[in-house]
Write a protein that binds this ligand. Structure first.
Ligand SMILES: O=C(O)CCC(=O)C(=O)O
Ligand SMILES: [Fe+2]
Length: 357
């Protein structure tokens, strides 16, 4: 095991300003939203009084926090427990077995134990799979001759791993689409405004394992970052450690685990579509010296060929578009290339597409 106290050059060590403080703020926390009013089978939500209230709550949470928690979301608990169990079993395997499905330079799906965020190594191991298979790959153009591969790598153990992952993915994806309808309505758009962007989606699920760390004052499970996609639906266990940067004052606020709830956050692409009405907010994960922590984010992402730009309905002469179009496939490829290696250049961010006003 690495000793961070005696190895000041260890890749895990956060610079002074990014180390977690010993006093943590739990405060009021992010808004808690009850989704009971949405009765989703397959039909699009129809407007009613209770839905109007829900839409307002969601709009306010997206504006003020970029984060909220939901309960009564209809994702069956047994499916969530099944994937959580499979995740524990998979990470409990020997390293030799896990690296059989390890990520490589052309296919970034599978197991990985050496992720860096902002050039500092995270105290965690992960497993990624794509929700839609096969992933639709648009033909490459001259600018982008490099193509990543997108095939899931399923481990043999535990034997029901693949089934548990796919079953859970179906359920959590439905919830994400319902939330996108509510978010569309909160922006004054028709509920299905975003639907077409996801026909060939590149959404993925990540299993995160944060082992106990003897140096929680020096390292982070996951360094500060914003999610690049559209929307994240996160299942965290009861250990806690996720912190969100509060927009009002920049303080790091701990997100209290609530049994059978999901944490939802706005990603960079909603920020662009909404022309900054809803901003993607920084978050990070603290480690602790005693307990393993597990979490499972679902990242809703558009098709690779999507050009993401401020929506026409949300811009006008007084509020002109703040971004030039961002091609999701190119953006993602640039990010994935930079994720792989430690580098000193800042990776591609949406602010690089900001138009000067
Ligand atoms: O583990 C968590 O609570 C958060 C994970 C996260 O932010 C991410 O994987 O992007
Ligand atoms: Fe994140």
């Amino acid at each position: 095991m690495v000793n961070l106290e005696t190895e000041p050059s260890s890749p895990f060590i956060q610079s002074q300003e990014h180390r977690p403080k010993s006093s943590i703020i739990i405060a009021e926390g992010i808004p808690l939203i009850d989704l009971t009013p949405i009765n989703y089978k397959d039909e699009i939500i129809t407007n009613s009084l209770s839905i109007e209230g829900l839409v307002k709550e969601i709009g306010k949470a997206c504006k003020e926090w970029g984060f909220f928690q939901v309960i009564n979301h209809k994702v069956p608990l047994d499916k969530r427990e099944r994937i959580e169990e499979c995740s524990r079993k998979f990470f409990g395997l020997s390293l030799e077995e896990k690296v059989e499905v390890r990520r490589d330079e052309v296919n970034l799906l599978g197991y990985f134990e050496a992720e860096h965020t902002k050039n500092v190594r995270d105290w965690k191991e992960i497993y990624d799979f794509n929700v839609q298979q096969p992933t639709f790959i648009p033909p490459s153009d001259d600018e982008q001759s490099f193509q990543f591969q997108w095939e899931n790598r399923w481990p043999h153990n535990p034997p029901d791993f693949r089934e548990a992952c796919q079953e859970y993915a179906d359920e959590v994806e439905k919830l994400a689409y319902k939330l996108m309808e509510l978010i569309a309505m909160s922006l004054g758009l028709v509920p299905n405004r975003f639907r077409d962007f996801f026909i060939h989606n590149t959404s993925n699920i990540r299993l995160n394992h944060y082992p106990p760390c003897p140096y929680p004052h020096l390292a982070l499970g996951l360094g500060r970052h914003k999610d690049t996609g559209v929307l994240t639906v996160l299942a965290q266990d009861d250990v806690g450690g996720l912190q969100v940067k509060r927009k009002s004052d920049g303080e790091w606020i701990q997100v209290k685990p609530i049994f059978n709830s999901f944490i939802i956050n706005v990603g960079d692409m909603i920020q662009v579509w909404s022309n900054d009405a809803y901003e993607s907010v920084e978050h990070r994960v603290m480690v602790n010296s005693e307990k393993d922590r597990f979490s499972i984010p679902f990242f809703l992402k558009p098709a690779l060929y999507t050009d993401v730009e401020p929506l026409a309905e949300l811009t006008n002469d007084r509020n002109p578009p703040k971004y030039s179009p961002i091609n999701w496939g190119k953006f993602r490829t640039a990010r994935m290339k930079s994720n792989f290696a430690k580098s000193n250049v800042d990776n591609l961010q949406i602010y690089h597409f900001k138009l000067s006003q």
